[in-house]
Design a binder for this molecule. Structure first.
Ligand code: ADP
Ligand code: MG
Length: 480
């Protein structure tokens, strides 16, 4: 009897074999959506919902597909894909012979066909975000992050200009991907969000999505549970600009990295812009696939550094100006000198300063700033020890530490010794007795005398006072 094979029966037989080999979940995700279209000679044509889908099959299931096709059509059997692609209107149809390794064939059918929202009760985070022009898309951008309120300084100049450059031609500049890195609180999120906001402003037709890597990961996990990996990936593959924050969070998450790799490649190949941030340089990222790290370096990598004094002053000034608060230059200086760790901390100090001022109905003056900063200054104090102070002061006065502890009564040495004692009292929690013990076993009254002498000189000698102020600033800048 002549058995007429048709595409459906052949594909069904293939599926039976495949179902035995791959897990239930994978079967549902990757094989059920496939539609057999035709069988001509030994060529079976199937339709897959997206290029991503096809690439996934190619990467993960080529072996089992080969076996199934062999069994059904013999070793001459070939599998051909028909891929829906939404935006690419060029069609190409390359047949593939599985025996020579599956190079996929790409062809087009009209329109994109995905199983979307309405047919299913699952409400994923990317649900219904099939991005057609005019369809609402939540970019997750915070409108408060703008280039306008991002203060430029030496510390961020390269990153900022690269950011501005890509807003002009997203995707097609050589800054693709743009990878920004720095330690915490130095403006990465602010900057990449500004890029997103500016692109939306300039290019109304472009779809921009900002996502933290943490959220990306949890969306991916949720999608896996709900058999929606394909939709998840499709969603991200359709955007024009993908901003992904804190990619170090993907470390050790193999599956998430895999899907991100596919999304990244797809976007990059299609000249879509990818912007990323990380808390360290790509080469130092641990638990990240090499192939991803090498992709990160394709475009431009720029770091954001700790802001210098001038930038800190401008940031303080700008933040206060926004709140319509005018304060003395002295106070700005004081805050800028005292807080040089990161900008988030600087903002924290400004916010609490404003809060204190409102609460106590007091102007923001040096006194209030000092009080507000007390906690931070305390932190410094606890880290500063007598050895550090002796070294710092002896360097400044060009005298040896031995001489500070010596009995010498030479004028310059006495002053350096007294200043060291003053610093020890100001910046440590040491008792007068133990301070004295550290200066050649002097007693506590000598220490009191030294501190009084320093205070007197500051009151009467303007030059000395200026010198002390400079010394204290330097000391704080070095010690924070
Ligand atoms: P990161 O993402 O690097 O941890 P953020 O972007 O969250 O840092 O920045 C911390 C805070 O400091 C934010 O409130 C941000 O607005 C502010 N900030 C950072 N850099 C600047 C800058 N150059 N100008 C103005 N504000 C800044
Ligand atoms: Mg951040």
């Amino acid at each position: 009897m002549l058995i007429v094979k048709n595409c459906k029966s052949v594909w069904n037989n293939c599926l039976q074999l495949i179902a035995e080999v791959v897990g239930e979940q994978s079967f549902k995700t990757w094989f059920e959506p496939i539609v057999p279209l035709s069988l001509t000679n030994e060529v079976l044509t199937i339709q897959v919902p997206s290029k991503f889908f096809y690439e996934w099959l190619e990467e993960h299931y080529v072996g089992v597909l080969r076996i199934a096709i062999d069994k059904e059509l013999g070793t001459q059997g070939r599998l051909e894909y028909l891929i829906d692609q939404e935006k690419n209107n060029e069609s190409s149809r390359n047949s593939t012979n599985l025996s020579s390794g599956m190079k996929g064939s790409i062809a087009l059918s009209s329109g994109i066909k995905t199983t979307s929202g309405a047919e299913n009760s699952y409400k994923g985070p990317f649900e219904q975000k099939n991005i057609d022009k005019g369809v609402y898309l939540d970019s997750n951008l915070n409108p408060n992050y703008q280039f306008d309120n991002f203060v430029e300084g030496d510390c961020n100049r390269l990153a900022r200009s690269a950011g501005i450059a890509i807003t002009k031609n997203p995707g097609t500049s050589s800054f693709n991907p743009l990878m920004l890195y720095s330690s915490v609180g130095l403006g990465k999120t602010h900057l990449v969000q500004s890029i997103g906001n500016a692109i939306k402003e300039k290019h109304k037709d472009k779809t921009v999505v900002y996502v933290s890597s943490e959220k990306f990961t949890s969306q991916f996990i949720e999608a896996s549970y709900n058999n929606r990996i394909q939709e998840f990936a499709n969603f991200y593959m359709q955007v024009d600009v993908l901003i992904i924050d804190d990619v170090q969070f993907l470390a050790g998450k193999e599956k998430t990295q895999e899907v991100f790799f596919t999304i990244f490649n797809h976007l990059h190949q299609n000249k879509k812009q990818v912007v990323m941030t990380s808390d360290c340089a790509p080469k130092d990222l641990k638990g990240m696939q090499e192939r991803l790290i090498s992709r990160f370096k394709w475009g431009l990598t720029a770091d954001l550094q700790q802001p210098d004094l001038e930038t800190r002053k401008s940031i303080i000034y700008k933040k206060l100006q926004k709140e319509n608060i005018a304060i003395d230059e002295n106070v700005i200086d004081y805050i800028a000198y005292s807080v040089d760790t990161n900008i988030r901390e600087l903002e924290g100090v400004i916010v609490s300063l404003i809060g204190q001022s409102v609460l106590n109905q007091k102007e923001i003056d040096l006194e209030l700033a000092k009080q507000t900063l007390q906690n931070i200054v305390r932190n410094i104090e606890s880290e500063v020890n007598i050895d550090y102070i002796q070294k710092f002061v002896s360097d400044y006065f060009h005298v040896t530490i031995e001489l500070l502890k010596d009995k010498t009564r030479k004028r310059e040495i006495v002053v350096a010794r007294q200043v060291s004692m003053y610093f020890a009292k100001e910046f440590t929690n040491m008792s007068l007795k133990s301070i004295g013990a550290n200066f050649g076993n002097r007693d506590h009254s000598t220490v009191i005398h030294a501190i009084t002498a320093v205070n007197d000189m500051m009151d009467t000698d303007r030059k000395f006072k200026a010198m002390m102020e400079e010394l204290i600033k330097k000391f704080k800048m070095k010690s924070i």
